[in-house]
Design a protein around this ligand. Sequence first.
Ligand code: HEC
Ligand code: HEC
Ligand code: HEC
Ligand code: HEC
Length: 191
Amino acid sequence: MRRIAILAGMVLALVSIKTVFAAERKSEGSGLASNSQSHKYIGVKKCAMCHKSELKGNQYGQWLSTKHAQAYETLATAQAQETAKKAGVSGNPQEALACLKCHSTANSVESSLLGEGVVKENGVQCESCHGAGADYAPLSVMKDKAEAIAAGLVIPTQEVCLKCHNTESPNFKGFDFKEYSSKITHPQPKK
Ligand code: HEC
Ligand code: HEC
Ligand code: HEC
Ligand code: HEC
């Protein structure tokens, strides 16, 4: 009986040591995450400087043709007024943070991280999906994918989309990553 009690005590002690370590690792992890959040945003015009050549796939032109580029203008439509009314949001939707937080990059991140080129008029631009670009945009960094990722570049997965494509959106139509990705795709030509 006593041996069992001692054994149980040892197991308990082990478990609590483990939890302490796990908790430490966790807080370390979230520290890193907030570091990666501290890169500055530079705006789509800066990305466009290197990403609008047809030879390289013209990601800028492709983005311009998507609804993401129009997401701010959309807030000026009659449908947006309807939506706002139903959602209980008063005033001009183009001024309402409750709408802009998903309809523009500029109003979805902490304002201290915004470079002057980041304006709400550009809607949902590159950095909402690829991460804030100030530290990865220099050519020497961009040329090396691993370095770019270390400097904040995000290769987006479904989780990125779900930040905005979710039931908090008053006009949510459901989200299928494959189908939705195919509508915004902007690949580089195969080398
Ligand atoms: C100074 C030029 C330059 C600027 C500015 C720039 N890029 Fe790039 N980018 C490149 C080059 C060069 C590559 C590598 C392309 C290749 O592999 O041929 C690249 C690659 C990428 C890739 C693909 C990474 C991979 O290999 O899968 C993404 C995504 C990307 N850039 C996004 C952006 C975004 C978003 C911005 C703006 C915040 C931006 N870039 C600004 C030059 C630039
Ligand atoms: C910062 C918020 C945000 C993120 C992140 C985001 N989207 Fe969107 N997306 C929007 C908004 C807002 C609209 C609607 C714009 C409009 O209609 O003016 C939209 C519209 C779309 C549409 C057009 C839907 C239609 O009705 O035709 C597609 C496709 C789409 N997004 C795909 C994606 C994919 C794929 C991802 C992730 C890789 C993604 N989005 C990430 C905010 C976002
Ligand atoms: C949680 C993010 C989110 C919020 C908050 C949000 N939207 Fe949207 N909105 C989206 C997405 C994503 C779409 C694309 C629709 C889809 O495919 O689900 C969209 C689409 C729209 C559309 C186009 C609908 C269509 O049928 O094409 C309008 C209009 C709109 N939103 C207005 C608003 C207004 C007005 C507000 C504020 C009251 C608002 N949205 C708040 C994410 C959001
Ligand atoms: C709505 C989210 C979204 C926006 C906005 C967006 N991208 Fe992307 N981008 C993606 C996704 C998803 C991929 C594919 C990632 C993968 O390869 O798994 C991608 C891939 C890329 C690639 C690599 C293509 C390849 O063939 O490897 C480049 C370069 C790129 N994006 C640049 C840009 C630039 C520049 C902008 C703005 C003008 C932009 N993206 C806007 C989601 C987005």
